[in-house]
Design a protein around this ligand. Structure first.
Ligand code: CU1
Length: 558
């Protein structure tokens, strides 16, 4: 067994001026995320009511698809990306003890991503991009939609470069130290993102932008889907990893306990670097053009990547039991009641984990080559991803906003009661919404369909009660979102000025190695990840490009 060096890790604090700069940077990102969330939540209410066949005055197919596109793009691409960039700046500054930089590159990334977001959002709201957030061709949007998305990605690359350069500058001064755990998680997020975005950048720049500009007459939809899902699944881990970082490094501290295992957390982050990308065909089981053997390989790799999430469920639950026992629990399960359920950061995460457990079981069904056929393109899928990205990720991020926004803006959280109630409303709303969608999906209800009556079909009549229930869930979710927005705006405008203690990251139960270990060999892990990507994708892509390919012209139904 290797000897463990027990010296505590010194975390120097950056200069006051440097800290202020990063606070401004992080807050600027947070606010774009919060505003995107607010607009997207308003869109979602309309969809939930529309799907329950309620006759809204402005209801039309065009409005429906416009709002689904806006909801998906603003929630899944804008809210998440800007929140994660803000979080990265906070972690880099508060764990490495230095200002994240270079400053100019960080702000360049912010402005590029913001301009891109505005261009894309304006195109959608003008009704020129009713292509949903997956923007599958041959559905065709105005070129500005694709150009805006490209700018968001380039902006996020600037952020990625700032994270890597900040780490490198720290590493020069600390050649032998272990990277702080939260920073290791952020670096894993960056590496997953850089590998993943190669796919969407290629689709956008080589296929979608030239085609939407009219430079080429047709597009190859099969290739576009391959490139999109090369990006689309690791995108899930780009969302999820920062949530896991919060669960591992902040939650045990807030709950009053310790992290059950530091090495298990580090192992989880490394496994995500390795396994996030070579699984995209599990979104294409029903697609032509990819042979069954390759789909099976991606199925098996998908099951491999369930493992780090099981490890996370174990480690975090064990950490929560430690916290409950530290608070005086002695029985089998009474530690659960001892946890700080009134703290909005804690309740957000705990409730998001319960929802995620249900979503994870559904995910194993989606990922199974055979069973996927039963749920493919049904309401089951939207039920599933509202438990994962819509709960595990979004609810964790909202809880984290209650924790970080006051600390970054030096103001007390306003409307604390609303903040305490909000996660519970989200939980109830998401249970009603997602469970009913899972059931109607199994009954055969298609997703992405505007006309909820399905032309008077008797099958559709059978799920009417359940779509009503999901609309009630939508009302809960909308109220919860409104509470979140009120707390954020109230804090910014009326929060009492206050200085906070520096953020304290969770301590591990057993002293963690302070020396650099194999977990910190990011070049090595990236090289293995790229190798796995080549194994999973090189031949199918090459085979596809050699086939006789048939281009499609674009379609814009509205
Ligand atoms: Cu996936």
């Amino acid at each position: 067994m290797t000897r463990i060096d027990r010296a505590p890790v010194e975390v120097p604090t950056p200069s006051r001026a440097g800290a202020r700069v990063v606070e401004r940077l992080a807050l600027a990102h947070f606010w774009v995320a919060v505003i995107a969330f607010g607009v997207a939540a308003a869109m979602a209410l309309m969809q939930a009511l529309s799907r329950a066949s309620l006759d809204l005055p402005w209801r039309s197919a065009k409005m429906y698809y416009l709002s689904v596109t806006a909801h998906g793009v603003l929630m899944a691409l804008v809210f998440t990306t800007f929140f994660i960039m803000a979080f990265g700046y906070v972690v880099a500054t508060r764990t490495l003890g230095r200002e994240a930089g270079p400053r100019g590159l960080a702000w360049t990334g912010y402005w590029l991503a913001l301009i891109g977001t505005l261009a894309t959002a304006a195109t959608i709201l003008a009704g020129k991009a009713t292509v949903l957030y997956t923007f599958y061709p041959p559905l065709k949007a105005h070129p500005l939609f694709y150009i805006g998305l490209a700018l968001v990605v380039v902006g996020s690359w600037c952020w990625s470069a700032v994270m890597l350069l900040s780490y490198r500058a720290w590493r020069r001064v600390h050649p032998a130290a272990a990277a702080p755990l939260a920073m290791q998680g952020v670096l894993a997020t960056v590496l997953v993102w850089l590998i993943a975005t190669v796919g969407v950048a290629a689709e956008d720049l080589i296929q979608l932008i030239p085609w939407s500009l009219g430079l080429v007459p047709t597009i190859d939809p099969v290739l576009a889907r391959m490139l999109f899902w090369y990006f689309g699944h690791p995108l899930v881990y780009f969302w999820l990893l920062p949530a896991y970082v919060i669960w591992y490094t902040l939650l045990p501290q807030v709950a009053g306990g310790k992290l059950f295992s530091d090495p298990l957390a580090r192992l989880v982050f490394v496994l995500f670097i390795l396994l996030s990308t070579p699984v995209g065909f599990h979104h294409q089981f029903m697609d032509p053009g990819v042979s069954a053997g390759w789909k099976l390989l991606h199925t098996l790799l998908t099951f491999a990547i369930l493992f780090p999430s099981f490890v996370t469920a174990f480690t975090i639950t064990a950490s929560m039991e430690l916290a409950g026992r530290a608070r005086g629990a002695t029985g089998w399960l009474d530690w659960i009641g001892k946890l700080p359920w009134r703290d909005p950061l804690f309740s957000s995460i705990a409730l998001s984990m319960i929802l995620f457990a249900i979503g994870g079981i559904g995910g194993a069904i989606n990922a199974s080559f055979g069973m996927n056929a039963v749920v493919h393109n049904t309401a089951f899928i939207q039920g599933h991803f509202h438990l994962t990205v819509g709960s595990a990720v979004a609810l964790t991020f909202m809880g984290a906003a209650y924790f970080f926004v006051p600390r970054l803006s030096h103001r007390e959280l306003e409307l604390g009661l609303l903040a305490r109630v909000q996660p519970y409303l989200w939980f109830v709303g998401m249970m009603l919404f997602s469970i009913s969608n899972h059931i109607t999906g199994l009954m055969g209800m298609p997703r992405r369909v505007y006309e909820a009556g399905y032309g008077g079909s008797p099958v559709a009549a059978a799920w009417r009660g359940l779509t009503g229930l999901s609309a009630v869930g939508g009302l809960f979710l909308f109220t919860s979102s409104a509470f979140f927005m009120l707390v954020m705006i109230g804090t910014a405008l009326a929060g009492k000025r206050r200085e906070f203690e520096p953020v304290v990251w969770a301590q591990p139960l057993h002293p963690a190695p302070t020396k650099r270990t194999l977990f910190d060999r990011y070049g090595l892990w990236t090289a293995i990840a790229v190798l796995l990507v080549l194994v999973a994708y090189a031949y199918p892509l090459w085979a596809h490009l050699r086939m006789a390919r048939f281009g499609s012209p674009g379609y814009s139904p509205f």
